[in-house]
Ligand binder design. Structure first.
Ligand SMILES: *Cc1c(COP(=O)(O)O)cnc(C)c1O
Length: 383
């Protein structure tokens, strides 16, 4: 039977099983840095590991500025907030994303506009985007106005789904034409490159996540990337309760956030980051093994990186053909029952009850792809 064939093919790659889709890998390096951090006494908002982690990330990604924060959601929130996204504004985001992207927009008091996804890369459908903007917006005093709500559309947040980077050249052309600022949700894409540029360094701001299931982890953590020095200074200030630097006085000059990454998390991050190239190599190798394992099976393919993107393959995915999509739930059931973690794609944002009131495009791509995608075990330790 088809579902058995799929189960056998996954097993031929992962062996006995894999309890999680993406497990972190630790060795002596993490132990050493964590002990060093504990011994220093600095486990909280100041300490050398935070600076080291930011420098190492800047060097790996090529971003001029990196600000480490408590998680990817807070990174998104600060990125939007620092660009002035506020009550009454609107922000375009993909419907196929993790809830954090939409939550951060709402945390700013703004309204998301949900955009359909393209079936070939699961990212923003740029054809739909351009058409939607042409039909539903006008420009007034170089601001993009939604002609239905009369609200300002302040930004667009492409999300690089499963580590595969959106066609940023084409998106940039559209964004320029319509005066849209790009904030990249690169939470899943550390180690992915688009035409030689690291994910998150192409838009005005990019964000990363180091949650436990991401390609590297700091326990919980995130980072904001930007080449704009002034913006970076502002974001850093906002992330540390907007506290004014002074030897002993405690004062603040605006409403700030307590979003700075603690030193103990950064210690873990410093250790993890030394291995990022190995993790990406292992995951690309794992992808290749899955591709070989599924070569002879009709009706299913392993999802592969789009043209122009060298992906980190954060989560590896199967794509079922139309006539096999009725097997999706059975495959999920059988794999999970036999100790192999598999998951469907997230439920798209426009289908969630609490986001129901927000605007959206037609959703042909998203509604189709949620029935065709199955994420399979993707941990680097499987290699
Ligand atoms: C993981 C993730 C985030 C951030 O999540 P945190 O758990 O807050 O670090 C944001 N967006 C996407 C698409 C993600 O996958």
């Amino acid at each position: 039977m088809f579902s058995n064939e799929v189960l056998r093919a996954i097993r031929s790659v992962v062996g006995g099983g894999s309890k999680a889709l993406h497990e972190p890998s630790f060795n002596e390096c993490e132990h050493k840095y964590l002990v060093e951090c504990l011994n220093s006494g600095y486990v909280s908002t100041v300490g050398k590991f935070v600076d080291d982690f930011e420098l190492a990330l800047a060097s790996f990604t090529g971003s001029r500025n990196v600000i480490a924060v408590v998680n990817g959601t807070s990174a998104l929130h600060l990125a939007l907030y620092s660009l002035g996204v506020t009550f009454g504004d609107e922000v375009i985001i993909p419907t196929v994303t993790f809830a954090a992207t939409a939550n951060a927009v709402v945390h700013c008091g703004a309204a998301p506009i949900f955009l359909d996804c393209a079936v070939d890369d699961l990212n923003l459908d740029l054809t739909t985007l351009e058409k939607w903007l042409e039909r539903n917006t006008k420009t007034l005093n170089s601001q993009l106005i939604n002609i239905h709500s009369n609200k300002i559309i302040k930004a667009i947040v492409p999300m690089h789904t499963l580590g595969h980077i959106c066609d940023m050249d084409r998106l940039a052309t559209i964004a320029n034409k319509f005066n849209l600022v790009i904030i990249e949700d690169a939470a899943e894409a550390l180690g992915s490159f688009y035409k030689g540029k690291h994910a998150g360094t192409i838009g005005r701001i990019g964000i990363l996540s180091f949650n436990g299931n991401k390609i590297i982890t700091t326990g919980g953590g995130g980072a904001i990337l930007t080449d704009d020095d002034q913006l970076a200074t502002k974001i850093r200030h906002l992330s540390t309760t907007a506290r004014v630097k002074h030897q002993w006085d405690v004062s603040h000059d605006m409403v700030g956030f307590n979003y700075r990454m603690p030193n103990i998390n950064a210690a873990l991050g410093c250790a993890q980051l030394t291995k990022i190239r190995d993790f990406v190599r292992a995951k690309r190798e794992l992808q290749d093994r899955y591709v070989s394992a599924f070569e002879g099976i009709e009706g299913v393919k392993v999802f592969s990186e789009p043209v122009g993107c060298r992906s980190n393959y954060w989560l590896i995915a199967l794509v079922l053909d139309e006539d096999k999509s009725m097997y999706k739930d059975l495959i999920l059931q059988e794999t999970n029952s036999s100790g192999i973690a598999t998951r469907p794609l997230w439920r798209p944002m426009h289908q969630l009850k609490h986001f129901e009131q927000f605007q959206k495009t037609e959703m042909h791509g998203a509604e189709k792809m949620i029935n065709h995608i199955i994420n399979i075990p993707s941990s680097p330790c499987l290699i």
